[in-house]
Ligand binder design. Structure first.
Ligand code: HEM
Length: 349
């Protein structure tokens, strides 16, 4: 097993590795494709898109934590007959905060349109495959979907279930935006080649499921607590917050155990340094997030810490996506030429 990652050695038996010499021969597995990585003009807009997707999670959190979710009580108008707030001393800053977050949707939308244009240009002029387009379109489709879900959230008077869906869809968009950035940067579009042992790949699947579970349970805790979004009628899900917080925290413990097991498997099977490094980053984010979670729970959920916890959740999604994608690499397209058809198959997507 220790041979994995040795120069020119296909690391693990996957559908691709039984092939004749690959275009990456002579290069350590996991060090990226032979073709040059994407240019800066491509990477910068995709980074901006990712930052925007993470940023709107935090500003959306500010709306919830300042109890401004109904600052604009209707949608798409802010108040009846006006798309913008109308001076009302009873609203304080709530209507301005909610309206500013609505405006931010346009900034995020612009970043998503730019990301799609960049990917379309790569497909048209740089011979990148058209199969990149759905991933390139995901942020834009997601922003439109989120605008609709945000509207339903207001129209249901901030029902915690719609607030939770709104948050979880954002997590999906953060994952898609991270995958888009890494996929484009990869530069190669040939078959996928696994870089780690099958046991590690299976554990990584379990890890992804656990991250999703922890995020979903977190929204249940929020919907049962004082920060569900509705300042006048919080805690609308009605679960005992101590119990749901405990379940949420216990799921994190299982997540940590699986992650540690995965890191051990990666170390013992000689996985590439990049995979192990990214795994350690995930561990760091999970532990940091766990500390924030406990401190906020024990100190009565101060708004600032709850906001930090939301940012931590988004960063965990970024780190996990990067980690999972780093467990395999793409070969240059010409590498597929020497492979038996069965070896390439769906992996050439
Ligand atoms: C991997 C670690 C963790 C992740 C990814 C995570 C994620 C989340 C998410 C996504 C939410 C909901 C945010 C929202 O709906 O806006 C949440 C809420 C919450 N989490 Fe965690 N969490 C983690 C660890 C913990 C731990 C260890 C505790 C301690 C018990 C904890 C306590 C809470 C509490 C009390 C809330 C509700 C906050 C509120 O009222 O808004 N979390 N968490």
């Amino acid at each position: 097993m220790g041979a994995a990652g040795a120069p020119g050695t296909p690391p693990y038996p996957g559908r691709v590795t039984s092939s004749p010499p690959l275009a990456t021969a002579g290069r350590p597995a996991g060090t990226g494709p032979a073709r040059s990585a994407a240019p800066r003009w491509v990477v910068v807009p995709l980074v901006v898109n990712l930052v925007a997707q993470v940023g709107i999670v935090v500003t959306g959190g500010a709306v919830r934590l300042t109890g401004s979710g109904l600052g604009c009580p209707t949608w798409p108008h802010c108040v009846a007959g006006s798309y913008t707030p109308v001076y009302n001393p009873e609203m304080g800053l709530h209507d301005d905060i909610e309206f500013a977050n609505r405006l931010l949707t346009f900034v995020v939308g612009l970043a998503a349109v730019t990301a799609l244009v960049v990917v379309a240009r790569l497909v048209l002029t740089d011979r990148r495959p058209a199969t990149l387009l759905p991933l390139g379109a995901a942020p834009l489709v997601g922003v439109v979907l989120q605008a609709a879900i945000g509207g339903v959230t207001v129209l249901t008077q901030l029902h915690p279930a719609t607030v939770a869906v709104h948050f979880l869809v954002s997590m999906g968009l953060v994952a898609a935006s991270t995958a888009l950035l890494l996929r484009v940067r990869e530069g190669a579009d040939g078959p996928r080649r696994p870089l780690v042992a099958p046991a590690a790949r299976r554990l990584a699947g379990v890890l992804v499921g656990l991250v999703a579970l922890v995020l979903a349970l977190g929204t249940v805790v929020t919907g049962s607590g004082p920060h569900s979004g509705d300042a006048e009628h919080p805690a609308r899900l009605g679960f005992d917050t101590a119990v749901v917080s405990r379940v949420h925290g216990d799921a994190v413990v299982v997540l940590v155990l699986v992650l540690v097991a995965l890191l051990v498997v990666l170390a013992r099977t000689g996985a590439p340094a990049r995979a192990r490094r990214r795994g350690l980053v995930v561990l760091g984010v999970v532990l940091g997030q766990g500390v924030v979670g406990w401190v906020q729970y024990l100190t009565g959920l101060p708004e600032l810490l709850v906001g930090l916890h939301m940012l931590g959740a988004a960063l965990l999604v970024v780190a996990t996506t990067a980690f999972v994608l780093g467990l395999r690499e793409r070969l240059p397209e010409d590498a597929a030429a020497g492979l038996p058809p069965a070896a390439v198959g769906a992996d050439a997507r």
